[in-house]
Design a protein around this ligand. Structure first.
Ligand SMILES: Cc1cc2nc3c(=O)[nH]c(=O)nc-3n(C[C@H](O)[C@H](O)[C@H](O)COP(=O)(O)OP(=O)(O)OC[C@H]3O[C@@H](n4cnc5c(N)ncnc54)[C@H](O)[C@@H]3O)c2cc1C
Length: 322
């Protein structure tokens, strides 16, 4: 067994909205927290990219808020300038609840939550096991970290793989609950245009097309100075084409979206989300796998397949440690 390079009170795996919401609550209560994420930036599925000066949100497109505590949180984000209302209805849809976006982009919300938190990025947890009443993780950059308590916020199949890696016991009921959660895949295309798109205001559209779920115009959205669209393929299309050459799939989707894209595509990139949104949501807002030493699972699969669900799950998990 390798020598621990670090010992922490609470280790959180995943710097998405669930992990960061839990971390910021715990830090505000004086707890010592370390967050690890395999990504190069924080935010997880709250992701943005810059291509040749154009800006794209290519994961979550907006937030909605229904829970009173989350509504209050969104209001704080608006007050501090990291969120703003994008729209209440798009073409063909009656006016309804507000869709909130991040300022300058969705990832900024995660960045603000991460501001006072100790985070190690580009660090993938490869195994998690219990040893001498503590949790130990080993990472792909050769760290071994010991923790008194652990919160796992990766998509459920990835969390399950980590639990299996350390032979962590689950009850039959827990294993069944976790195994039945699976996710839609989503292929996202980010296309830089040579002129404005043909999308009607507000630049958000659920097109009447079997293979395309969503198109947004990042310029109309207010996050890109240059004309730039994000396109999300439908779940079935994404599953069927997930392992196909990305350039080919991207071109196919752009051609299908031509009536809305309108302008010439100067350049595009494709990102595949294998775990885009959970198809099932668990019965509890987080799962306590073990009480002592504490091991909790959280994420959008526990409190709703959206940004709000991830935050609510993170808060519920934090309560388990407090
Ligand atoms: C294409 C797309 C469109 C969406 N649109 C919307 C929308 O418009 N509105 C909305 O509300 N929601 C939307 N969602 C859903 C929303 O993004 C998610 O519900 C939410 O961001 C999930 O947050 P999370 O913290 O639970 O998980 P994640 O954001 O996935 O965070 C988990 C983190 O764990 C890290 N991780 C995983 N395994 C390891 C490991 N072994 N070691 C270290 N780190 C690890 C990952 O890198 C990741 O950062 C969308 C999602 C996608 C993909």
């Amino acid at each position: 067994m390798s020598i621990p390079s670090k010992h922490v009170e609470i280790l959180i795996i995943g710097a998405g909205l669930a992990g960061l919401s839990a971390a910021s609550t715990l830090v505000s209560q004086g707890r010592e927290v370390l967050v690890l994420d395999k990504g190069r930036g924080v935010g997880g599925r709250l992701a943005g990219r810059q291509i040749d000066g154009a800006n794209f949100d290519h994961g979550a497109q907006f937030m909605t808020a229904r829970n009173p505590r989350f509504i209050a949180q969104v209001e704080r984000w608006v007050a501090t300038g990291v969120a703003t209302e994008w729209y209440r209805s798009h073409s063909g849809q009656p006016t309804s609840h507000a869709r909130w976006r991040g300022v300058p982009n969705m990832r900024e919300i995660a960045k603000q939550l991460a501001a006072n938190i100790d985070i190690i990025l580009a660090c993938r947890v490869e195994t998690l096991y219990e040893s001498g009443g503590l949790w130990c993780v080993e990472t792909d950059d050769a760290r071994t970290i010991e923790a008194q308590e652990v919160l796992l916020t990766a998509p459920v199949p990835q969390s399950l793989a980590l639990l299996n890696s350390g032979n962590i016991a689950l009850t039959v009921a827990q294993r069944k609950r976790l195994q039945q959660i699976d996710y839609d895949a989503c292929i996202a295309v980010m296309a830089l245009l040579d002129g404005p798109s043909h999308m009607p205001p507000p630049g958000a559209l659920v097109p009447d097309h079997p293979d395309i779920n969503w198109i947004s115009d990042n310029q109309q959205k207010g996050i890109s100075a240059l004309p730039a669209i994000t396109l999300h393929a439908a779940a079935d299309f994404s599953a069927r084409h997930f392992d196909a050459p990305r350039d080919q799939v991207g071109e196919q989707l752009i051609n299908m979206a031509h009536p809305w894209v309108g302008a010439r595509v100067k350049h595009f990139q494709v990102h595949g989300w294998r775990y885009s949104k959970p198809k099932q949501v668990d019965i509890e807002p987080c799962m306590v796998v073990k009480a002592q030493p504490t091991l909790v699972l959280a994420g959008d699969a526990f409190a709703g397949p959206r940004v709000e669900g991830a935050v609510l799950s993170g808060w519920a998990a934090a309560d388990q440690f407090l």
